[in-house]
Design a protein around this ligand. Structure first.
Ligand SMILES: Nc1ncnc2c1ncn2[C@@H]1O[C@H](COP(=O)(O)OP(=O)(O)OP(=O)(O)O)[C@@H](O)[C@H]1O
Ligand SMILES: [Mg+2]
Length: 222
């Protein structure tokens, strides 16, 4: 379970000199929920997702993940949490395009110290099966369609079997038919018990989630 209490995050670079990206945000996400976060550009959606994903730390407030206080943890424990509990999917996929699917999927395994190299092949096969790309394990990522690239990115997020999947505009670079397929995949991953949190501009995507929250100027307004 994700529990955020009065989370505030400010950025100090740029113009204006100080930006309050999140302003005392409180949010509880129970295990197994499918949640959408919507809001205009600059409202704080990615900042919120990055804090939930332990990629960024808030200036103040409390974050408890499965009962463990996250605020104040050392970088190495945060990295461990990220690799074991959390899977990230981004709009631009973030793949190494000149490398094979297999190569892309080994990275999160290498960074997860608890996985033995002899298990890589099996874990990669399992993740690719979950996204329907089993036959393409040796394909170079640059040769895949947008939807296939996003499936590889989802497989990469799944590979360490996280209980929480976080996706920042996962359909932002896809046409509407491919977006619908990717949403079906997220729904089935949620039905298997994973918590899924999706940031999106698109209300037709958000409506497919169990709950929608709207952020404006760093606050949850709805
Ligand atoms: N690293 C940073 N340095 C300075 N300001 C930042 C940084 N990251 C975010 N911000 C600012 O914080 C605010 C919230 O940004 P955030 O990226 O969370 O918005 P968003 O809702 O995800 O927007 P978009 O829909 O365009 O992706 C914005 O005003 C942004 O300029
Ligand atoms: Mg964003």
């Amino acid at each position: 379970m994700i529990e955020l209490k009065n989370i505030t995050k400010k950025f100090y670079r740029g113009t204006p000199a100080e930006i309050t990206a999140l302003d005392s945000v409180s949010l509880t996400v129970p295990d197994g929920e499918m949640l959408a976060i919507v809001g205009t550009s600059g409202s704080g959606k990615s900042t919120l997702l990055n804090i939930i994903g332990c990629l960024d730390i808030p200036d103040s407030g409390e974050y408890m993940l499965d009962g463990e206080p996250i605020t104040g943890l050392k970088q190495n424990r945060l990295a461990e949490l990220r690799s074991q509990k959390l899977g990230f999917v981004l709009q631009e996929f973030g793949l190494m395009l000149d490398r094979s699917i297999f190569h892309n999927l080994t990275y999160p395994l290498i960074f997860n110290g608890s996985v033995s190299t002899k298990d890589y092949r099996e874990k990669i096969a399992k993740a690719l099966e979950a996204v329907g790309l089993s036959s393409r394990v040796n394909s170079k990522c640059s040769q895949l369609s947008g939807g296939q690239k996003q499936r590889v990115a989802i497989a990469r997020a799944l590979i360490n079997e996280p209980s929480i999947l976080l996706a920042d505009e996962p359909t932002g670079a896809l046409d509407s038919k491919t977006s619908a397929e990717i949403m079906e995949l997220f729904k089935s991953l949620n039905e298997q018990g994973r918590t899924v949190i999706i940031v999106t501009h698109d209300m037709s995507i958000a409506r497919q989630c169990g709950r929608v929250i709207e952020i404006s100027d760093g606050r949850i307004i709805r």
